[in-house]
Ligand binder design. Structure first.
Ligand code: HEM
Length: 194
């Protein structure tokens, strides 16, 4: 198993971080969408606390992922990818990174500006990152809400593009992001070698 990314494929660390973040975002989004309409019971308080703890975990994982990305680089686009697709993919990936940061940070800002406490899985308290302010709370929650719909849109486009490559182009774009136990890069297909 190769840890670092090569020119041809994603290494184990990038793959693990990619799919851990996918699962985390799906869980956080489901909690976020359902917790607001729950009746005011202890279950609602627990759902909010879990949403916040998972959001903080996401923030840490995304920071780690970005650091690894800057250190380990990324594979070249699969051979034959038109340059306009490359450009759209690059812009989408960096927009996804920006939103993956903006979501937890805007949530934390809203929490701080509203004067709510913040804990990570009941293990320790985190400080407020802003003073109490109704205006800031209103802006932060708007960023959090609209940011979510934008993130969803980009994720659908991003996943759609990955499946399009897999099903209609028949290339390795999706396959090389999937878990694999192979030790080395797969040999290039003779018709794709440049
Ligand atoms: C079913 C859902 C998803 C599929 C099938 C999928 C698939 C992929 C694939 C195949 C790549 C590699 C593209 C390449 O090699 O050029 C990739 C990269 C990436 N994915 Fe996803 N993805 C999914 C969900 C997500 C989600 C939810 C996020 C974050 C919100 C995300 C963020 C990213 C980012 C930022 C990259 C670029 C990595 C980098 O350049 O460092 N993906 N994804």
């Amino acid at each position: 198993m190769q840890l670092k990314n090569s020119d041809r494929r994603w290494g184990a660390v990038s793959k693990l971080l990619h799919w851990a973040v996918v699962i985390l975002i799906a869980w956080i989004a489901w909690l976020g969408l359902t917790m607001v309409d729950m009746p005011p019971t202890p279950a609602k308080i627990n759902a909010y606390a879990l949403h916040k703890s998972l959001g903080l975990t996401l923030l840490a994982l995304v920071a780690l992922r970005l650091a690894w990305r800057l250190y380990a680089g990324a594979p070249e686009p699969v051979p034959g990818t038109p340059s306009w697709q490359e450009r759209i993919a690059t812009v989408t990936h960096w927009a996804l990174y920006a939103l993956m940061f903006a979501m937890p940070v805007s949530g934390w800002l809203f929490n701080s500006a509203s004067g709510y406490p913040l804990q990570w899985f009941k293990q320790f308290n985190l400080p407020a990152i802003a003073g109490r302010s109704e205006d800031l709370a209103a802006t932060a929650i708007q960023v959090h809400e609209y940011g979510f719909w934008l993130l969803l849109l980009l994720v659908l486009a991003h996943a759609g593009a990955a499946f399009y490559h897999h099903l209609f182009q028949g290339d390795d774009t999706l396959r090389r992001m999937l878990p694999s136990l192979r030790r080395d890069d797969p040999p290039a297909r003779p018709d794709t070698e440049n």
